[in-house]
Design a binder for this molecule. Sequence first.
Ligand SMILES: Cc1ncc(COP(=O)(O)O)c(C=O)c1O
Length: 366
Amino acid sequence: MGPVSSRLPVFPWDRLDPYKAEAAAHPDGIVDLSVGTPVDPVPELIRRALADAADSPGYPTVWGTPALRDALTGWAERRLGARDLAHGNVLPVVGSKELVAWLPTQLGLGPGDKVAYPRLAYPTYEVGARLAGAEPVVYDEPTELDPAGVKLLWLNSPSNPTGRVLTADELRRAVAWAREHGILVFSDECYLELGWEAEPVSVLHPDVCGGSYEGIVAVHSLSKRSNLAGYRAAFLAGDAAVLGELLTIRKHGGMMVAAPVQAATVAALGDSAHVAEQRERYARRRAALRTAFEGAGFRIEHSEASLYLWATRDEPCWDTVADLAKRGILVAPGDFYGAAGERFVRIAFTATDERVAAAVARLAEG
Ligand SMILES: Cc1ncc(COP(=O)(O)O)c(C=O)c1O
């Protein structure tokens, strides 16, 4: 048997290294708008909760503390409009990337099974399918998929990379189609709190799921809403039977969220003030970058939510990457997210105000 890594594509970010080096050589330094990694401080109340739980000598549980489960169900009911969630409807995970990459394997999918995800998508959906030996398939519209062999359907609204938001109606149609064909839906909603020109809706909202969680699970992450990418804090909410099965498997696999991170998650989900504050920062940076890139001849598509501008100058994405790197600005080429993105770049607004101002000034210089 060949090494498992041979099933996987080249790690895309390695291909950006030469451009990163070129951008870093700019006399005023690089403005890195490529990876969507938070740069602002972890809110004080979250750090305090983490520190207060530092004396955690024993093993945490995979299901999390009862306080954590209360925080997860409470937040999902308040923020997503989900109704009547019990502890059996939630499961903490060690960051959502881990979950996306290993879910097909944990569900027992393999050769002959298909995992479907959007044509332009976060690359880890494909990685998860390939790690399990299942077949990755892409869709433009989920209900147009041939359902034969499809075992898992990924939805992602707001979308990475395009920032597109699916309406409640579009989500409802996708969920109804999947239920009709007995296909499990996982809805990656990690940018749900970052809607700018649209209000993202969860699959757990009664308008979408009809008040039943059968066959649906929402994936949430604290990485973006609470600047906690370094903590690896995420969770699932939805179908109790699916989550019960995953809990059993994950217990055997030892996939435990660290106890101090569990405590930090409780604090983070109990507070919305820091989310509003962070949103304000991103809204300012987004507006400044949007104006600057449009002024520099870019057209922005979708981008009504998430942490990105999906932009094109109607040329191959690597030409755009190369040109911007000369000006010390690093962006992600659209083909990282699928061949359909080959004439787009993804511009993250996860950079400090000072770096965003530097990018704006460089773009204005032409
Ligand atoms: C669509 C999507 N899902 C999941 C993740 C993973 O986030 P995390 O592992 O930090 O929870 C990301 C990160 O960028 C993402 O864009």
